[in-house]
Design a protein around this ligand. Structure first.
Ligand code: PAF
Length: 288
């Protein structure tokens, strides 16, 4: 695995592979890697000859009260995991390499960024789309892989790629869960043991909504209610939102009359967790 910090080095390694006829898949990350990220790398390997991964804790996607400074940065461990996973290039730039002095551009993807997390994290998706656009420009991948746990992020990136005519396929990867159902996240390490146990209620609520949908319930309030009920039964959890939305547009769906995304954000203590399930009428939870 080649590891580079400079954008020019990443650019020339990737350009060399493309010029040699290799296809290139890209997995952007903020590090603190876990099995969820490694599943993205495996999908990237299945899709392309070469795999590039970036580790960049993007300051532009954190709000002033969020965890930018305390976000975990175990670079050596991450690098070993990626090398073992057969990654060809690790691009781990310092902030000034991505956002040099005078950087003046913000990409704002209006539609899918406006609901769900949008109002609670002002500027977050602008930060995500801007950094991804810069990274896509450096790496020039044929395929980029994003996890479905951040379903809104995936929808925003898909919209940006379509709107800006970026010649690249965006692939969504299934959520990877712990044995007890908690979605894998770099932020799970912030949970104390009591919060960790209660956090399993989030997935339990989504599964309950899936069972309701499988048995014919299509009313969004009732489906969302299953998540509300599961979360509100746990004293250490606090629901920020739960909503049934269109999986591409991220707009509310009052009725599950086609595939819908039931998405939720929940605080476990001070740690904000997101999770979701794709529901189909009469079938319940479905995988991508
Ligand atoms: O999902 C993440 O880890 C980040 O939002 C991403 C896509 C790497 C952009 O910083």
């Amino acid at each position: 695995m080649i590891t580079v910090q400079a954008a020019s080095d990443a650019r020339s390694a990737c350009a060399g592979w493309r010029a040699g006829g290799d296809t290139l898949a890209f997995v952007p990350t903020m590090g603190a890697l876990h099995e969820g990220h490694l599943s993205l790398v495996r999908i990237a390997h299945d899709r392309c000859d070469r795999v590039a991964v970036s580790i960049f804790v993007n300051p532009r996607q954190f709000g002033p009260q969020e965890d930018y400074l305390r976000y975990p940065r175990p670079l050596e461990k991450d690098s070993a995991l990626l090398s073992d996973a057969g990654v060809d290039l690790l691009f781990a730039p310092p902030p000034g390499e991505i956002f040099p002095e005078g950087f003046a551009t913000t990409i704002s993807v209006a539609g899918p960024s406006q609901g769900l997390c949008g109002p609670f994290r002002p500027g977050h998706f602008d930060g995500v789309s801007t950094v991804c656009c810069v990274l896509f420009g450096i790496i020039g991948p044929h395929v980029s892989v994003f996890g479905m746990k951040d379903a809104q992020q995936l929808a925003v990136i898909r919209r940006m790629v379509r709107d800006l005519g970026i010649r690249m396929e965006v692939v969504g990867a299934p959520i990877v869960r712990e044995a007890d159902g908690l979605a894998r996240s770099s932020r799970n390490r912030y949970l104390n043991s009591a919060e960790r146990i209660e956090a399993t209620a989030i997935h339990a609520g989504l599964l309950e909504a899936g069972s309701l949908a499988a048995s014919g319930c299509s009313d969004a309030d009732r489906l969302v209610g299953a998540v509300r009920t599961a979360v509100s039964a746990k004293p250490l959890l606090r629901l920020q939102y739960a909503e049934l939305v269109d999986p591409d547009a991220m707009t509310p769906m009052p009725v599950l009359d086609r595939r819908g995304l039931l998405a939720t954000a929940v605080f476990a203590g001070t740690t904000r967790l997101i999770d979701n399930a794709l529901l189909e009428p009469g079938r319940g939870c479905v995988e991508v």
